[in-house]
Design a protein around this ligand. Structure first.
Ligand code: M6R
Length: 616
């Protein structure tokens, strides 16, 4: 939530800042703004506008501002105060000489504002951020140095924040601080960068440093200094970003989402790479943790949204293969219900961004309660893997569209690899079973390519159904979380009421929703798995059909049992039952994207949402 970029160097900073904001816009798009120190006049120039980045860019074309080599930029997801010009960042100190941008929530802002009100300071916005800007201005007058004033300011703040600031009296300096929100440094040659994530500067440099919790950074064109909040120096460890700027571009695709769906075969293949050895799953990042993993007796998976549904799918495989009880819980529920945690509990968090605040807080809670923690994450340098005992990265590449697609299949792949790795350690699968499951996984990228070949017919179906007001989704076993995910995709992209149900639950209530013409997607399990389960789902289809439902079945090739009852059948290639979710989810992702497109909606930036939810 909120994207932040800072630049100091030799170039005109506006180009760098606007380029960085474009790549960070997935984090929020309620307003955008920049502050630069004008190289000619030495003054701080600010431009900010409610709306997407394009509105600010138009404004800057109509009314250009003087540029310089030091600046900060912000794209906002509103928390305190609506999405207006006044509430847009940057916010200025009381004398207009310094500017601050912020991601997060300053929890004690009301008390601080009261303190500053009493001293006669005035405010122009409803934001918590402006309080930090005014406080920084007051401290600057005392300290006479931006870095020192900034240190004193952040020490007064509670809550979650990434803050960046510039002061017109100190061109060539950008300061930043983070607590519970992300901040990454980009190391350039004669220039340096700050960003909410590496996408902010990957066009200029792939050398990066992730800033730790409660740390402050001061960058100049030729130096980077990181300290803790009390001013003590901190050693940093640069890393190389694994992808380049082109990977985060739309290329010739109509949307990032379309591009990312097309990248799903690669997301699975890249997540598998280097983790299979002689027919066995061996995750190199976990070898140091093998003793710990042998000692666990329970796994709790925590995540939110799509990542939680990936966890739900993964739980079936891990429990079956490694014979460890696995429960799945939404991060925000887990933390507040006093769960039973022991030193032999493994808490596995799943997060594409690695910054979801609910999940981060749940990981910290689990660690404090004595659990061992493992992060499954797609983003290098992110906070959640840094806060965990171990990490397994998904290699899906940057996911920009707000709706998660390729990260989902990569998360399931990583969970399956983890399940097989654990089964090997615990000796719960024979060598033949290990190898057979890995063969199934290895075949998934090719099968995904085949599913993608049927995109056009799903697109056509979605366009025919563009005036649909509600869609239901049914699934059983691993098909159940796929039904939930199909419904989530449709809600978030097409703003259509959609619900996913366990097919077995139908007669316990949801069947009352069925009326003539009601579209229902049914994820049909393979008849080659449990014949009994397959028959039950086919019976469910008959039950809803008898009540007038329009049945859209997702069934494997050759399953003719659904033909007499389904209005449409979307075919997926044959796969062992546990692996079907990786294939069955694709038509549902495409359906939601195409239906939203048919309604003229922005599939990459749906209303009210942000890619990375960094506030609780
Ligand atoms: O970055 P994370 O994987 O932690 O994000 C979790 C959810 O916010 C995310 O999956 C969300 O549900 C997506 N918008 C769904 O498409």
């Amino acid at each position: 939530m909120c994207g932040i970029v800072g630049y100091v160097g030799t170039e005109r900073s506006l180009r760098v800042l606007l380029g960085g904001l474009k790549r960070l816009e997935y984090r929020g798009y309620d307003s955008a703004g920049v502050a630069v120190i004008d190289a000619r006049s030495g003054r701080l120039n600010v431009a900010k506008r409610a709306g997407k980045l394009g509105v600010l860019e138009d404004e800057l074309r109509r009314h250009p501002i003087g540029d310089g080599a030091t600046g900060i930029g912000h794209t906002r997801w509103a928390t305190h105060g609506g999405p207006t010009d006044r509430n847009a960042h940057p916010h200025l100190g009381d004398d207009g000489r310094l500017a601050v941008i912020h991601n997060g929530i300053i929890e004690n802002f009301a008390a601080l504002r009261e303190e500053l009100d009493a001293e006669g300071f005035t405010f122009t916005s409803e934001t918590d951020t402006e309080v930090a800007a005014v406080l920084l201005g007051r401290e600057y007058r005392v300290a006479g140095d931006l870095a020192e004033a900034f240190r004193r300011t952040v020490a007064r703040l509670d809550g979650a924040f990434t803050l960046l600031a510039v002061h017109q009296d100190q061109p060539g300096v950008v300061v930043g601080a983070r607590r519970n929100s992300p901040l990454v440094i980009g190391l350039g040659d004669g220039e340096n960068f700050l960003g909410s994530d590496v996408a902010a500067f990957v066009e200029h440099t792939r050398r990066a440093v992730a800033i730790g919790q409660d740390q402050i950074v001061v960058i100049t064109p030729t130096s980077v200094r990181v300290t803790d909040f009390s001013g003590r120096g901190v050693e940093v460890e640069p890393f190389e970003v694994a992808w380049d700027a082109a990977a985060a571009e739309k290329g010739g695709w109509s949307s990032f989402m379309a591009k990312e769906i097309a990248e799903e075969p690669d997301a699975v293949a890249n997540t598998l790479r280097g983790r299979v050895s002689e027919g066995r799953a061996v995750i190199p990042e976990l070898t140091d943790l093998d003793d710990l993993l042998r000692g666990i007796d329970r796994i709790t998976i925590i995540a939110c949204g799509t990542a939680a549904y990936a966890g739900h799918v993964g739980s079936y495989a891990i429990e079956k293969w490694a014979r460890v009880p696995v429960e799945v819980e939404l991060s925000h529920e887990f933390r507040y219900r006093d769960p039973v945690i022991t030193p032999s509990t493994l808490v596995v968090s799943i997060s594409q961004s690695g910054e979801t605040m609910d999940t981060l807080m749940a990981v910290k809670f689990a660690r404090a309660a004595g659990a061992r923690t493992l992060s499954i994450c797609n983003t290098q340098g992110a906070t959640i893997p840094r806060e965990s005992d171990g990490a397994v990265y998904t290699h899906a590449g940057p996911e920009v569209a707000v709706a998660s697609t390729k990260a989902f299949v990569a998360q399931i792949t990583a969970l399956y690899l983890f399940g097989l790795h654990l089964a090997r350690l615990r000796g719960t699968l024979s060598a033949r079973e290990q190898a057979a499951n890995l063969d199934e996984l290895a075949a998934i990228p090719g099968k995904l390519e085949r599913v993608l070949e049927s995109s056009d017919s799903i697109a056509q179906l979605a366009h025919w159904m563009s005036d649909t007001r509600a869609v239901l989704f049914l699934g059983r076993h691993v098909g159940f979380p796929i039904a939930l995910e199909g419904a989530l995709k449709l809600k978030e992209l097409a703003y259509i009421h959609a619900e996913g149900f366990a097919a077995g639950e139908l007669k316990h209530g949801p069947i009352a929703l069925i009326e003539p013409g009601q579209p229902v997607f049914v994820v049909v399990p393979s008849p080659r798995g449990s014949d009994e389960m397959h028959k039950k789902v086919v019976s469910n289809i008959q039950e809803i059909r008898a009540r007038g439902a329009r049945v859209l079945a997702i069934a494997e090739e050759g399953d003719v049992s659904v033909l007499p009852f389904a209005d449409e059948v979307v075919r997926i290639p044959l796969a062992a039952p546990l692996f079907e979710p990786l294939l069955a989810v694709i038509p549902l992702q495409i359906f939601a994207m195409e239906l939203a497109t048919a309604k003229g909606l922005d599939v990459d930036q749906p209303r009210n949402l942000a890619k990375s939810v960094t506030v609780e």
